[in-house]
Design a protein around this ligand. Structure first.
Ligand code: EPU
Length: 285
């Protein structure tokens, strides 16, 4: 149940951007109870605790992360179950696995999750969205652990949900959620899945990245802005603004977190100077 603990686990191995220093302690609990105990222990002893999902929307600094980094991707956290047209999934389930489970059960509305590299926990934590879909629009309830290790269940209306934001999950830790879609048929769903794959393959880069770097500001999509400002290809070390999509920074192999942060700063500076737009990062740093 306690799972494994490792020392100085390199987080570049666990982030899609492939940068970042080590975790002081890397824990992979296998049960919700073991995780709740760990949360409680860390709170009582003032040990920093950071829950990391698939690391797909995360920029870890080169110095690494002090304290315990918890990876919820084993045992109970990987369960997924379809019941009465609803899907219950642990936070360690990949978003694309949810999309495929929905297709198999002929439940529509989950197709947009197909191309997202993250897991359910990450999708909930930041109310992830793509292709017109948004995580919390399909959530019925979320089960989570508070900092004292107690379990709770809430509906989206009780969770301070906004664009790429969930207030409740800033200080609490989701362990599972129940989702709804609408009745669909396998053929229709398959078509939507393919359309989503196609859009992603043709409009987004394939190199290592953390997905979109900036939130879309009110004025216009961040990628379009970066494009119009002529910033595609802007490079520091091994990190550069993608030539395919302006809101992606890609790692061409040798990037450090400092390189990525320097590219972010450059883009922000130009957007502010030229357009008066204050870009905000969408990736967690
Ligand atoms: N555009 C450009 N140049 C570029 C990039 C985009 O002109 O270099 C234009 C596009 O032609 C389009 C508009 O900007 O007219 C918007 O682009 P896109 O359709 O790619 O959507 P986006 O707003 O840039 C959002 C999400 C993505 C998600 C896509 C797909 C945000 C910040 N991003 O991107 O999410 O995959 O929609 O629907 O909301 C992510 O969250 O990590 C992410 C990549």
């Amino acid at each position: 149940g306690h799972g494994t603990i490792k020392l100085y686990e390199p987080l570049s191995k666990h982030t899609t951007m492939r940068v970042g220093g080590p975790a002081q302690f890397w824990a992979e609990p296998e049960t919700e109870e073991a995780f709740a105990r760990l949360v409680r222990f860390c709170t009582l002893n003032e040990i920093p605790l950071f829950v990391m999902g698939r690391g797909s929307n995360l920029l870890v600094r080169d110095g690494g992360i002090r304290g315990v980094v918890v990876h919820l991707a084993r045992g109970e956290f990987k369960t997924i179950e379809v019941k009465d047209g609803k899907i219950q999934a642990g936070v360690g389930v990949k978003q694309k696995e949810l999309a495929y489970a929905a297709r198999d059960a002929e439940i529509g509305g989950f197709e947009w999750l197909e191309g997202i590299p993250g897991n359910i926990g990450g999708a909930l934590r930041m109310n992830a969205g793509a292709m017109g879909g948004e995580t919390f629009r399909q959530v019925v309830s979320v089960r989570f652990v508070d900092p004292h290790g107690n379990f709770h269940m809430k509906t989206p209306a009780e969770m301070d949900v906004r664009y790429r934001h969930c207030g409740t999950l800033e200080k609490n830790f989701a362990v599972s959620a129940t989702f709804v879609g609408h009745p669909g048929n396998a053929e229709e769903i398959e078509k939507l899945l393919e359309a989503s794959t196609h859009k992603r393959r043709t409009s987004q880069p394939r190199e290592s990245s953390a997905g979109c770097i900036f939130k879309n500001p009110e004025q216009c999509p961040a990628g379009k802005l970066v494009d119009e400002l002529g910033l595609k290809g802007t490079r520091v070390g091994g990190a550069k603004v993608s030539e395919v999509h302006g809101n992606f920074i890609v790692n061409d192999g040798g990037a450090t977190a400092a390189d990525v942060l320097a590219v972010i700063d450059k883009v922000k500076e130009v957007a502010l100077r030229e357009r008066g737009i204050q870009l905000e990062t969408e990736v967690q740093i």
